[in-house]
Design a protein around this ligand. Structure first.
Ligand SMILES: [Zn+2]
Length: 280
């Protein structure tokens, strides 16, 4: 049985909290795109054609929500995407960042503790054929022409994906769960997603990431233990307390990081006197 960590750990302890998330479109979503990167349908061998929401889009939105709420509690209010990350706050701890490129210029990086996967529609897409042809045709376009691909994702389309917190504390889980529930709209430059209804439909703590929506959709009959999400969420601390606690724990964790580096420095300073002794 894997448990929550009591405090955030600098080094991984191999615990994974997996949240199976369902996102239902409440409005039609219009995808306007002339960039291949924005392709939001995918053909899977086992699943056929599906609408997909790339993980980086879900993660980007979730991170913004976590950061906004944190500012509301006056915790690292200056921490901002993309180049002003402080690498010292709950949001940076959860989603990671690079010290060198952030304006805080700290000497460490943080790996993201929130991991995810592509969100896949539970139903197949029939209209994807036209879209593929358009996408191929884009190569022949001459300057000045703009071929815009337009694809509608019908309302009530349901997407599923997992959001995993690596080495979670109760506070980290409370923050992610709260902000997932606040995820009511998802968008991108060229995508007008309407409103979405986001729900956590299953939860599991494990020593590995053993739930994959791809496999759930491929074999809906497979046995996945259904845990009580309501009871799980009820057992988490209130979100305001979770932010405050996690915020106070980060400085302690970072102290460990600095301590972990200092023995090397001590060694170097010790070497010099030793050499002097030999010289005498
Ligand atoms: Zn930050």
């Amino acid at each position: 049985m894997v448990n929550f960590l009591e405090t955030p750990s600098l080094l991984s302890k191999g615990a994974y909290l997996q949240l199976v998330v369902e996102m239902k479109l409440l409005d039609d979503a219009i995808i306007r795109s002339n960039e291949p990167e924005e392709v939001l349908t995918h053909h899977y061998q086992a699943l056929g054609n599906r609408f997909v929401i790339p993980w980086r889009k879900v993660k980007g939105k979730l991170r913004r929500l976590v950061l906004e709420k944190q500012r509301g509690y006056d915790i690292s209010p200056a921490c901002a995407l993309k180049d002003d990350l402080c690498l010292f706050c709950p949001s940076c701890l959860l989603f990671g960042g690079t010290g060198e490129t952030s304006s805080s210029k700290v000497s460490y990086n943080m790996l993201s503790r929130v991991l995810g996967e592509t969100f896949i529609s539970t139903s197949t897409v029939d209209a994807v054929q036209n879209y593929t042809q358009n996408a191929v045709g884009e190569k022949d376009l001459k300057t000045g022409q703009a071929l815009m691909t337009i694809l509608t994702v019908p309302k009530e389309t349901v997407f599923q994906g997992t959001v995993t917190i690596k080495d979670p504390t109760r506070e980290m889980a409370a923050i992610i769960v709260d902000n997932l529930q606040r995820l009511t709209r998802i968008g991108a430059r060229s995508v007008e997603w309407g409103r979405v209804d986001t729900r956590i439909i299953n939860v599991r703590m494990s020593d590995r990431e053993d739930i994959s929506v791809y496999h759930l959709l491929e074999e809906p009959a497979q046995e996945v233990v259904q845990n009580d999400v309501t009871a799980f969420v009820a057992g988490l601390p209130p979100v305001d307390a979770a932010y405050a606690t996690l915020n106070s724990q980060i400085s302690v964790m970072l102290e460990e990081l600095i301590k972990a580096r200092s023995p090397q420095k001590e060694k170097k300073t010790k070497e010099k006197p030793t050499q002097l002794e030999i010289g005498e």
